[in-house]
Design a protein around this ligand. Structure first.
Ligand code: APR
Ligand code: ZN
Length: 238
């Protein structure tokens, strides 16, 4: 019986690329068309809420047109396989799409928020909604109008669930990073946390990320091909 029981998988935009969702920093990525300052900062939202709501409405509208790919589905298979043996898979995703959920995984931490979640700035409640945002959007809880923002962590804001994420890394036997450039902290620093705790680390990415040198092992290729093969390898080991 291998000693791998608990695994933390960090995912980034690269795992959703083969589903047709643009990444941020690849050629043709989202940040090539939009200035981060304009659409992914609190100041950008304050300056031009309509532009920001439009940006997220377009990304939300795309969700109904894309499907989870083989990598999302393979992670759900790994989650079930580990659970059967009393282990745990924790998916920590930087992605705000719902493809991990639709791929069948359950234990998912969205550290940068979710496209399908709205956040009322008056009563601070968050609620799931696939509706487009407008400046007249009404909070279903406190009924305030025009005070609902995307539940997305913008640059300069604190990512969600950081304590929980670090606790899962403390308890894991293996830390795996899939489809992220390693450009944004704290996510990019989690491999160092894992290494500092003596955990085994693996990177699966189309090209070496900024933190590739920090991983014990780095596998280059498309997530849709590499992740199912890696999951079969791990489940075969268990
Ligand atoms: N399979 C595997 N990896 C891929 C694939 C693929 N099919 N396609 C692209 N990649 C890799 C790229 O090589 C790149 O390293 O995915 C990574 C995508 O990097 P980014 O576009 O920077 O996306 P990400 O790392 O998720 O960005 C992190 O930055 O802008 C913020 O909040 C945003 O969550 C995002 C964070
Ligand atoms: Zn409210």
């Amino acid at each position: 019986m291998s000693k791998i029981k608990n695994i933390v998988v960090l995912t980034g935009a690269g795992i959703s690329a083969e589903s047709g969702i643009r990444t941020f920093r690849d050629t043709g990525g989202l940040w090539e068309d939009h200035s981060i300052e304009e659409v992914a900062t609190p100041q950008g939202y304050a300056d031009n809420p309509e532009l920001v709501l439009g940006f997220y409405n377009a990304r939300r509208a795309q969700l109904s047109k894309v499907e989870p790919n083989a990598a999302h589905i393979a992670l759900a298979k790994l989650e079930a396989g580990l659970m059967e043996r009393g282990g745990l898979l924790t998916i920590v995703t930087q992605n705000v799409d719902d493809l991990h959920e639709r791929g069948g995984a359950k234990n998912i931490i969205h550290m940068h928020g979710e496209l399908l979640s709205q956040w009322c700035r008056v009563c601070d409640r968050k609620f799931k909604s696939a509706e487009a945002f407008t400046l007249q959007s009404q909070c279903p809880k406190c009924e305030s109008i025009g005070k609902v923002r995307p539940d997305i962590v913008w640059f300069g804001e604190m990512p969600y669930f950081m304590d929980t994420i670090e606790a899962h890394i403390q308890n894991c036997d293996l830390f795996v990073s899939i489809g992220t450039s390693g450009a944004v902290y704290p996510a990019a620093g989690y491999v160092q946390v894992a290494r500092g705790l003596g955990k085994q680390t693996l990177e699966i990415n189309l090209e070496p990320s900024e933190g590739s040198y920090l991983f014990h092992e780095s596998r280059l290729g498309k997530a849709g091909e590499m992740v199912p093969a890696w999951v079969d390898e791990i489940l075969g080991l268990l």
